[in-house]
Ligand binder design. Structure first.
Ligand SMILES: Cc1cc2nc3c(=O)[nH]c(=O)nc-3n(C[C@H](O)[C@H](O)[C@H](O)COP(=O)(O)OP(=O)(O)OC[C@H]3O[C@@H](n4cnc5c(N)ncnc54)[C@H](O)[C@@H]3O)c2cc1C
Length: 494
């Protein structure tokens, strides 16, 4: 059968792009994610223009309505060993990098106003907002609107590493993560979309006595809560991943039940199934303010009109503090850039997600064969900064090739960045806002919100619909910071 190719690297045809447009993906960022066009060796240099022209011909939109997707370094595929040999002083705080995404999302919003009222308005179309909407609809609460200022994968949920693990440092997070693992393992069957769930385990490496002790302590906690984490010697860890060097490694922790997934498909699955139950999912719709009366939010003000409501859920991830400020509420979360990258594909060689807990470097192999990984910087200043730096690639390439020296010639294809939504104790903020009880908080998930979302939003929807108490929303309430009652979590990567 003949086919007409738009993206030769990833073999994406006109029929596939037309199918995606038919499913409602009309902006280039969403089409890239849904079809894979522009994600191969040339990173869109050959196909972006052709796809844009095709979308114009299919949808009748004008060129100025089609924002090209954010170009990202490197300019051409470049070997890890070359990045590792750069001469930046990597101990210094990273500078603002280049090519941050345009956050204005011009001219893509639907021309008609949003609906004028809803019982529940959810702000943020990331994994938290969408999974809460679906969970509410499942329990009969279908008068729900999700407002997303960009496309559905614009926030951290579209920019993360896809790791899900039960290896946490507190009983609460272990319980939530175990439930999420269970829900995510059957997501494809329940929601009818492939999420490339792969149970390859998580292997943590410790290079200092202090971190080795932390692994030992947390493994004992895991075992008490039904997680089969094993402490391994460096040789034992090499048995799990034979290609790893154990340079400087003192101990390892291994849970074969942990997994990696393909994040974008979870958002599409939740959005589609929530919409099928009657939820209105409104991308390209920005919240600009609130109306309040007698200590309650009465309306949410958007750039497509106002929505009168009974309950508002603030699920805007690392943007939550700036949205909360519009209601006169101060949240203690701070955004911190985290950089991440992906390489050309290799045949399958890496089972687990591997992380050196001391440095925060992590990497896993995607189902397409790419090595996907990242690394935070301890000096990264707070602030919304989604740009990319060469110094990150230097640090990352050095850390990865120290553990996998055979990968020096592996080429990095693209890098990007996303915001960690960091709270003072690395734990989320959930539940009512003091002084504005119908503004519910659902943010502060640092670098682990994706894996927490299915379990947390299941509990939150149940709590909202039933009115029954749930200790989760007392434990992680916003007022804990004013009360000096912190819920510290120290198994955070990055
Ligand atoms: C590099 C990186 C790697 C990570 N790796 C992992 C991992 O391996 N495993 C894991 O579990 N987690 C990981 N995380 C964390 C995880 O991605 C987040 O915790 C999670 O996605 C947060 O989801 P969210 O829905 O709260 O926020 P987001 O996904 O950020 O969604 C919030 C949404 O709100 C929208 N918004 C903002 N302002 C407005 C407004 N005014 N009006 C309307 N909408 C608005 C934004 O556009 C955004 O889409 C990682 C994060 C990063 C950055």
């Amino acid at each position: 059968m003949s086919k007409s190719l738009l993206c030769p690297c990833e073999d994406v045809t006109t029929a596939e792009v037309a199918h995606a447009i038919g499913r409602g993906y009309r902006d280039l960022e969403s089409l890239k994610r849904f079809t894979g066009f522009g994600t191969g060796m040339c990173q869109g240099k050959q196909c972006l223009h052709a796809v844009a022209r095709f979308v114009e011909s299919q949808t009748g939109c004008t060129p100025d309505q089609l924002q090209p997707f954010t170009p990202r370094p490197p300019l051409f595929p470049t070997e890890l060993s070359q990045w590792a040999a750069l001469g930046f002083d990597v101990a210094r705080a990273p500078a603002a990098g280049v090519l941050a995404p345009d956050e204005t999302f011009p001219a893509l919003r639907a021309p008609q106003p949003v609906q004028s009222k809803a019982r529940v308005v959810i702000i943020g179309g990331g994994i938290m907002g969408l999974s809460l909407a679906w969970n509410l609809a499942q329990r009969g609460e279908r008068d729900v609107v999700v407002l997303e200022r960009g496309y559905l994968c614009a926030g951290a949920s579209g920019r993360n590493g896809g790791g899900i693990r039960a290896q946490w440092g507190t009983p609460t997070l272990i319980t939530l993560a175990r439930r999420s693992l269970e829900l995510m393992s059957r997501f494809a069957r329940d929601m009818g979309i492939n999420v490339w769930f792969r149970r390859g385990g998580y292997l943590f490496l410790a290079k200092s006595a202090e971190v080795a002790k932390k692994l030992e302590r947390s493994a004992a906690l895991h075992n008490r809560h039904g997680v089969p984490t094993q402490l391994l010697t460096p040789d034992g860890a090499r048995d799990v991943v034979p290609h790893l060097t154990m340079q400087g490694v003192q101990a390892a922790a291994w849970n074969p039940d942990d997994a990696v997934i393909f994040p974008w498909a979870f958002l599409w699955g939740y959005a589609r199934q929530a919409a099928a139950l009657g939820v209105a999912v409104e991308p390209f719709t920005r919240v600009q303010g609130f109306e309040q009366r007698d200590g309650r939010v009465t309306k949410v003000v958007t750039d497509r009109g106002d929505i009168a409501c009974e309950t508002v859920v603030l699920a805007a991830g690392a943007w939550s503090p700036e949205v909360a400020k519009l209601a006169g509420v101060r949240l203690p979360n701070e955004p911190h850039r985290h950089e991440i990258c992906s390489t050309e594909p290799l045949k399958p060689f890496l089972g687990p997600l591997v992380s050196v807990l001391d440095s925060g470097v992590y990497f896993s192999q995607s189902m397409r064969g790419e090595l996907v990984g990242g690394m935070g910087h301890p000096q990264e200043p707070a602030g919304m900064n989604l740009s990319s730096t060469a110094s990150f690639l230097q640090r990352y390439a050095q850390a990865v090739t120290e553990q996998l020296p055979g990968l020096g010639t592996l080429k990095v294809l693209r890098q990007w960045a996303g915001p960690y939504d960091v709270t003072p104790d690395n734990s989320p903020i959930l539940g009512p806002t003091p002084g504005l009880p119908n503004l519910l908080q659902l943010s502060g998930f640092v670098g682990h919100g994706f894996m927490m979302a299915p379990a947390v939003t299941e509990r939150m929807a149940q709590w909202m619909v039933s009115g029954e108490s749930d200790e989760l929303f007392e434990r992680f309430a916003l007022q804990r910071f004013a009360e000096g009652r912190l819920e510290r979590e120290d198994m955070v990567i990055g």
